[in-house]
Design a protein. Sequence first.
Length: 145
Amino acid sequence: MGKHRFVIDGQEFDVDVSAYDAAAGTAEVTVNGQRHRVSRAALAKASAVGGASARAPAGSAGARQVARIIARPSTTELRAPMAGRVLRVEATPGQQVQHGQRLLVLDAMKMENSLSAPADGTVAEVAVAVGDTVMQGSLLVRLQR
């Protein structure tokens, strides 16, 4: 196991793989100082996620699987694509949502814009309320995957 440095989409991650149990499909890892237990289900989901590249030490199959997990953040943020005013909030903390499900409606230049969940997950935070004015890039909703 040991310490590894992964480069994923240009960002470096220091990863210490302290244990990998192939039979149970779990790994104990520390990523940039934060401890994580990675399950077989998470590994399976991560292997289906594309778009990330990782460089792992040769002969370290467990570490490569962990790299796929690191490439898939555990939280996803929905940010305002434009400045506007929040008309409706349909998401509540703790709610299970599916990719594409409407979370809120933003009014921008007298047009209603439905904003949807970028991924499946659980609503961890709703950072706005009806009537709030937001700038482009403002955090609206945070999902835990």
